[in-house]
Design a protein around this ligand. Structure first.
Ligand code: CA
Length: 223
């Protein structure tokens, strides 16, 4: 899962980005509204954390522009504590949620997890696919109750496939959601990661859809 953090306060931006990375997300950072708007317009994100008060272009305008051009990714706005009007304006502009400053990073993380899950159609913090359970809160996965030892790449891959269970996910899509913008992306490596993940899972849940990509689904859901 790939997140964009748009916040001009360098320390706060870093604090959020570090916490997200620790939770297994890939993070791109922007420090003004124009840069943030551009990234959100051109790169696919699973969620965006967007400050309201930004240089170049304010957060409300940024989210308005994204929505006007059909960008539907979940957006959490960071607002000043006492400015209730900012919260209303943010939601009206198309934001999905907000967190008032000052906040605990844990609260932002919980809201990010919830928004990503809901966008993928899952309401519980645990996503289950046959014998595999993904704990989105602890960033851990088990097979038949046994903890899986996954690298960060393998975890991101599993997490993305499970959030999109039953859907065919292309290699390009996986690359775009597993690496940040600065990473040297090679969609051939995805095949290697899928191979390793299959081995670790030990159960055949990830199907290769020839020419299209991969699909993860529980055996009894298969058509
Ligand atoms: Ca600010």
């Amino acid at each position: 899962m790939r997140i964009l953090v748009v916040e001009d306060d360098v320390n706060l931006n870093r604090q959020l980005s570090d916490a997200l990375k620790e939770s297994g997300y890939v993070v791109d950072q922007a420090f003004d509204g124009e840069e943030g708007h551009y990234l959100g317009d051109t790169e696919p994100y699973d969620a965006v954390i967007l400050d309201i008060g930004l240089p170049q272009m304010d957060g409300i305008t940024v989210v308005e522009k994204w929505r006007a051009s059909g960008k539907g990714m979940p957006v959490i706005m960071l607002t000043a504590r006492d400015r209730w009007s900012d919260k209303v304006a943010g939601i009206d502009a198309g934001a999905d949620d907000y967190v008032a400053k000052p906040f605990h990073v844990e609260e932002v993380l919980a809201r990010v997890r919830a928004l990503i899950r809901r966008a993928a159609g899952h309401s519980s913090s645990e996503i289950v696919c046959g014998p595999v359970r993904l704990d989105t809160k602890a960033s851990k996965a088990t097979v038949n109750g046994m903890q899986l030892k996954l690298t960060s790449h393998e975890f991101r891959l599993l997490s993305y496939l499970m959030h999109h269970m039953g859907e065919v996910v292309s290699r390009t899509e996986l690359v775009e959601h597993m690496y940040d913008q600065d990473f040297d992306r090679d969609s051939n490596t995805i095949e290697v990661f899928v191979g390793r993940l299959r081995k670790k899972l030990g159960v055949d849940l990830i199907e290769t859809v020839r020419g299209l990509g991969y699909r993860m689904q529980a055996p009894n859901d298969a058509r």
